[in-house]
Structures are given as structure tokens and as C-alpha cells.
Design a protein around this ligand. Structure first.
Ligand code: ZN
Length: 560
């Protein structure tokens, strides 16, 4: 029996239904009897799954059709209800943590889940509910502002994601004009972008103060559910990237500049990684689905069968169309177990990433669907991005299927270079946010100057030429995570450090690497980031020298 996406109709919660369901859970928990505790726990899990499935579907439906007034109204309704759902969730966690016998609670729930809950209850108080609602509203405003961009380039009108093919074309003047068009949009909206960010930073700082934190940073780490590391370890990782990766990327860029015969390397030259042109996908949507099916079948029965389940059930929406929100993501419906992949194909190599990156997230969610309790279905994002980026590297041997004729080797080289070049940018975004939340009263000019200073540190090659807006420090405003998902960004770099270890392992023994990867996916969120990393036999990014082996292998492969 195939499950179809169109058949998903999770019930729509209201303040009243949430209130009634949670009152019953509290009553059963308070009764003390073992059978009623069991009933309460099962009912709570069911309640959370239903709510999450509904919320995921509402947000997905809006992303699929942002011009649909009904979908927008439903998203606004969900955003307004979210703090209420959090309030109930936290109240049950508090109730459970009040258990008189801690050892018995850990035996029942597992130590990891108890640690997560202990962290979660410190991130919410009913007093911040209005601020949370306002935060969601400001984030939506940022998304809609960026989605409203209409840029004229080479005689066509595109949105920001539609710029990608022009940003990496071989024609240097077109790349330059594409960047001019992009930054003209940001310059024209500078005041709104500065104002929105200022309100978000102030709001977050005030929320932290209400909850008893000295600044937003510790609250931000807790909202990311980081139970096993803090800002000091993250700073040490950034220092490793600065020491080992920045010089390597700088050398690669100098080499490219010389090869191309350029006088200097401008910002708009950085995305043309392959001198012959970044390799394109083998074809359009239908062909790529067919090829991806073959690729996943070759990688093992579990992956292949799962991809068919998604495709047959309509759990893929990959075509670009008018009114669709930008970007790509994987979301899930914990009542059903089958995740959903959303993307916007644009004919560049980014289309291949959808099958390799988002499928990694989806496969993990599927492999761990039977773990007990909703808290364990997804790992924290640092670990989740190992599942996604890990698959990007594990699909390397099958790239002949996905890439245009004869370009698989060039694709692999481009992917490796892009991954290395991402690390300095990723840690720069993270460093910026630590400084921002340490000084929430910083002026807009101060924030731009700060970004430029950090950009010079982590990307000393960056030359914006005549692009005034980023030259003065405005580049960060194009990074949605800085607005919408504070402190998330470092997770991509931590995960990449681990995913590249899968790359290294697969070069030695592909079957063993795939086995370890599949086992890691099956663990879902049953342990913390560093525990999951250790269980997969990987070196923690926080260990000194974590990047050493992959950087050395990359130097060899790239013949530096
Ligand atoms: Zn991801």
C-alpha cells in the first residue's frame, strides 16, 4: 500500500484542543499509577506528532504557493499558535522532570532525552510568547522582502534564486552584471534590511534577559539544543579552519586566477570553479528522477526502495514555478514517517545537490522513523547535516549518471573545491553572530564594518571591485540564517568536517563507509552530536587536528 502525499490531512489544532489534550495528559501524569503514566506518555507523543505534521504541512503548502491567500492565512495562524504549543510542550517536560527519582526517569526516557528536556525548559517562559510571535513575523517579513526581488539581467527578469545560472556562467561580464543586479536590490532596501535585523537582535537580547541570560548567545545555543559543546569549542574550530583551510583555498584561487589569465580575482569570479564551466546536470527534471532512481538502487536496496516510496507517493516537489518560495529543504510528517523534499530546479549543478543533500536528510528521517518518541526522530542540525553532506560525498562513484556527458570527474573536483571554500565563509557567518549578540546595541554601520573586518580575516582574497554595497560590508544581509536561524550556520561547517571524513573513508573502502553512514542515519537523534560522531568512527571537529587528514587528502587529489 503506497502512502500518498495528497492523502495527508492532519487535524487542525486550536488553542482549545491543545488545552484540552494537555490537561488530560497532566491529569494522568499526576495520578501516579504506572498504567496512567504510560497512557499519558503515549498520548503526549501522539499529540506532538499530530501537531508537528500539521505545522510542517501548513508551512510546506505556503512554500509551494506563496501567492495563495488561504495558504498564507493558515501559515500566519500556525505561527501565532506555535508559542502556545511550545508552552504546553514545556509544561509537560517540566512535569516529567519533576520526577522524584531521577535514576528511574533516566531509565525510562534515556539520558539524552532528559538532557534535551532540561535544556528546552530553560528556553521558554510564557512571558516571552509575544516576543516569539513577533520574531516569527519579522523573519517572515525578511523572507518576503527577498522573495519580492525582480532583477533584470541579460534581458530576462528573474528572482534571487533565478540569478544562479548567470552568477556562474563562463562569461565574466555576465557574472559581473548579475552581481551588480543582486547588490542593487540590497542597496535599494538597505534601510529595511538594517532595521529588520536591529529589531530581531534587540528582540532576541530582550528574550534572553527575560529568561535570565546575560546575552542571547547562551539562549541561542540552547535553542539549537547543543547539550555537549559551547562557544569556546566553536571558536577553537573556527581557528582550525583559519589555520588549515584558509591558506589552501587562497592557493586554489591564485591557481585559478593564473590559469584563467585574469589580472585579479573578483568576487564574481569565485563561483566559476571549473575553468571549462561548472558541469551541468545530465538533463531536466524527469531524466534526473530516472537517473537518481538508478543511482540509489546501485547504492543499496534500502536507499533505492525508499526513493521509490517518496517518488511514487508524491513526496517530491522539485520543479521551479511561479509563486514558489526559494530554496530547498526536507520536511517531515512524524505521524506518517515519509519525509518530503522541496526544491527549485534551475538547470545548474545545484539540481544534483537536491538528490544528494536533501535525500541524505530524508533517508536519515526514514531510517530512524521507528525510534521511540518524537524527540529522537531528527538529530540536532549539526548531526543532521552530516547525514545530508555525507550522502553528497558517498554518491561520488555514481556521478556519471547525474552529470552531463563526460563531466563526472570535473563535477567531483568542483564539489571538493566548493566544499573547502565553504568552510571559511561558514565560520565567518558564525563569528559575526557571536560579535553581534555580544554587543546588541551596535549601530548598523558598526555591523557592516564588523562583517568587512571578519571577511578580510577569513576570506582575505575577497575583492568586490565596483560593487559598492558588499564592499562596504553588506554581504551578510543575503544570508537568511543570520536573520532567521541564529547560530545555525556553524552546523554546516562542523558537519562538513565530518562528512569529508566519510569521503576519505569511501576512497579507502566504499562499502564500509556506506554501512557506517546507514547505521548513523538509523540512530536519528538518539544521541548528542559528539556521541553520534564518535559512534560513526569519526573524529570530532572539536579535536585538535580534526581537519588535518581531509585537508591533506584534498591537497593530493587537487594536485596542489
Ligand atoms: Zn541540509
Amino acid at each position: 500500500m503506497t502512502l500518498h502525499f495528497a492523502d495527508l490531512h492532519p487535524p487542525r489544532p486550536t488553542r482549545q484542543t491543545l488545552e484540552a489534550a494537555h490537561a488530560a495528559i497532566h491529569t494522568d501524569l499526576a495520578a501516579g499509577a504506572a498504567d496512567r503514566r504510560g497512557t499519558a506518555l503515549a498520548r503526549w507523543d501522539e499529540e506532538r506528532r499530530r501537531y508537528e505534521s500539521w505545522s510542517a504541512l501548513v508551512h510546506l503548502r505556503f512554500s509551494q504557493d506563496t501567492a495563495n491567500a488561504e495558504a498564507r492565512a493558515e501559515r500566519d495562524y500556525a505561527d501565532a499558535l506555535a508559542p502556545e504549543a511550545t508552552r504546553h510542550e514545556v509544561s509537560v517536560k517540566r512535569h516529567l522532570l519533576d520526577h522524584p527519582d531521577r535514576a528511574a526517569l533516566i531509565a525510562e526516557q534515556g539520558a539524552h532525552r532528559v538532557r534535551l528536556w532540561e535544556m528546552d525548559i530553560t528556553t521558554f517562559d510564557p512571558a516571552i510568547a509575544p516576543a516569539l510571535e513577533e520574531e516569527a513575523r519579522l523573519c517572515a517579513e525578511y523572507t518576503e522582502l527577498l522573495a519580492s526581488a525582480r532583477l533584470d539581467v541579460e534581458g530576462t527578469r528573474v528572482n534571487l534564486s533565478g540569478l544562479a545560472p548567470f552568477q556562474e556562467t563562463r562569461d565574466r561580464d555576465v557574472r559581473h552584471r548579475a552581481e551588480q543586479a543582486r547588490w542593487a536590490f540590497f542597496a535599494a532596501n538597505a534601510e529595511r534590511l538594517d532595521g529588520l535585523y536591529d529589531r530581531l537582535v534587540t528582540l532576541r537580547h530582550d528574550m534572553a534577559a527575560t529568561l535570565g541570560f546575560a546575552s542571547y548567545t547562551p539562549l541561542g545555543y540552547r535553542r539549537m539544543r547543543r547539550v555537549d559543546y559551547g562557544p569556546e569549542q566553536v571558536a577553537a574550530f573556527r581557528a582550525q579552519v583559519l589555520e588549515h583551510v584558509v591558506p589552501l583555498v587562497h592557493r586554489l584561487l591564485r591557481q585559478r586566477t593564473a590559469e584563467q589569465g585574469w589580472d585579479r580575482l573578483y568576487a564574481w569570479d569565485e563561483s566559476l570553479i571549473d575553468p571549462a564551466g561548472n558541469p551541468r546536470p545530465a538533463g531536466a527534471h524527469d531524466l534526473l528522477i530516472e537517473r537518481a532512481t538508478m543511482m540509489f538502487d546501485r547504492m543499496g536496496p534500502a536507499l533505492g526502495a525508499f526513493f521509490r516510496t517518496m517518488n511514487d507517493g508524491g513526496f517530491l516537489d522539485l520543479r521551479n514555478r511561479d509563486g514558489k518560495a526559494g530554496g530547498g529543504f526536507c520536511t517531515s510528517f512524524p505521524t506518517e514517517g515519509v519525509p518530503f523534499i522541496f526544491a527549485n530546479f534551475n538547470g545548474t549543478h545545484h539540481d544534483i545537490a537536491v538528490f544528494t543533500h536533501e535525500m541524505g536528510h530524508a533517508f536519515q528521517n526514514w531510517q530512524s522513523r521507528d525510534l521511540p518518541g518524537i524527540d529522537l526522530l531528527w538529530p540536532t542540525m549539526d548531526a543532521a547535516e552530516i547525514n545530508s553532506m555525507g550522502l553528497e560525498f558517498l554518491t561520488w562513484p555514481h556521478m556519471e549518471l547525474m552529470v552531463e556527458e563526460g563531466a563526472a570527474d570535473r563535477y567531483r573536483r568542483m564539489h571538493l573545491i566548493a566544499s573547502l571554500a565553504f568552510l571559511p565563509y561558514g565560520v565567518c557567518v558564525d563569528h559575526f553572530q557571536h560579535e553581534i549578540y555580544a554587543d546588541p546595541a551596535m549601530s548598523a554601520e558598526g555591523r557592516h564594518a564588523l562583517w568587512r573586518r571578519l571577511e578580510r580575516l577569513y576570506m582575505p582574497w575577497r575583492d568586490y571591485g565596483d560593487l559598492d554595497y558588499p564592499a562596504k560590508g553588506g554581504r551578510w544581509q543575503a544570508q537568511l540564517h543570520i536573520y532567521r536561524l541564529p547560530f545555525y550556520y556553524i552546523d554546516y561547517t562542523l558537519a562538513l568536517c565530518c562528512a569529508m571524513q566519510f569521503w576519505l573513508a569511501a576512497r579507502r573502502d566504499a562499502d564500509d563507509a556506506m554501512r557506517r553512514y546507514t547505521a548513523l542515519c538509523g540512530q536519528g537523534g538518539s544521541a548528542s552530536f559528539t556521541d553520534l560522531v564518535a559512534s560513526a568512527g569519526l573524529v570530532s571537529p572539536f579535536s585538535p587536528g580534526a581537519l588535518h587528514d581531509v585537508v591533506r587528502e584534498a591537497e593530493t587529489v587537487l594536485a596542489l
